[in-house]
Design a binder for this molecule. Structure first.
Ligand code: GEK
Length: 244
């Protein structure tokens, strides 16, 4: 259960004007509640990121969490690789989010975590056995996504993995409508009102740009990933494992 301060009620009151969504202090304060009531399978995905990290983390390598928010994926990976002399790198350009992530990292007994408050497009990925983009690529302008994936690929070890989770659009209009309808029903079942759902949707317009599975697969191939497997899907939320 969440108390009043940690319950997401950001869009509960009717707003005259809907501003574009930003990851500020208000969002950081309610983020765990917001993401778990909005993204189906979020807790499972976070848990599986740890399990994938355990399988693929190479001794002495770096593990990246790009767009880490409050650091849930970093914590999940860190717990699984404690003995492996790995370094965790957690990156987010929203200081309100990263400050809270840093509190989490202190609270858990993790390998060293380097936190970077910067744009993920400015990070040089190197010696990476695991790279996580858990619902982050969707916030970059579409035309900048390939360059980021190429940079990630260039800094990855040959047997490393990229875990890419995204909100997607359906392959055609009919599928898209179905996935959105089911997602909204999921949010309603989790206590969001129709007003909250529609105002949040408006705030994310042009901020979060979803693409189809086919587009993601083609871009990952173009960026130099030789194998892409879809390991999770629930409605319009998916996660891929991509390998060099
Ligand atoms: C989780 N991965 O809990 N550079 C750096 N950070 C960025 C950028 C950018 N260009 N664009 C967006 N972000 C997390 C969840 S949330 C997903 C990720 C969501 C950051 C942004 O500040 C936010 O913290 C995160 O990416 C997206 O596993 O809220 O839907």
């Amino acid at each position: 259960m969440t108390d009043d301060k940690t319950r997401d009620r950001i869009y509960a009151q009717r707003q005259d004007r809907i501003d574009s969504f930003v990851f500020d202090q208000r969002v950081a304060a309610v983020f765990p509640d917001m993401i778990s009531r909005s993204v189906p399978g979020y807790a499972s995905i976070i848990g599986m990121i740890g399990i994938l990290a355990k399988k693929h983390a190479v001794r002495g390598s770096n593990l990246y969490d790009l767009g880490c928010s409050l650091g849930a994926a970093t914590v999940s990976m860190g717990r699984e690789v404690v003995q492996r002399d790995c370094r965790l790198v957690a990156v987010d350009n929203a200081s309100a989010m990263l400050e809270k992530a840093e509190e989490q990292f202190v609270r858990h007994d993790l390998p060293p975590v380097q936190t970077l408050c910067c744009d993920i497009r400015d990070v040089t990925v190197s010696n990476a056995s695991v790279v996580v983009l858990n619902f982050t690529l969707q916030f970059l302008p579409v035309e900048e996504r390939l360059t980021l994936l190429r940079n990630i690929r260039a800094g990855m070890l040959d047997d490393g993995v990229l875990i890419l989770s995204e909100k997607i659009s359906g392959a055609d209009e009919q599928e898209d409508e179905l996935l959105i309808e089911l997602h909204h029903a999921f949010k309603r079942a989790n206590g969001y009102s129709d007003l909250e759902i529609s105002q949040k949707r408006a705030s994310l317009e042009e901020v979060l740009v979803p693409e189809t599975i086919a587009i993601h697969r083609a871009r990952l191939a173009e960026a130099g990933f030789s194998r892409v497997d879809l390991w999770f899907q629930c409605f319009n939320f998916v996660s891929f494992v991509a390998r060099p």
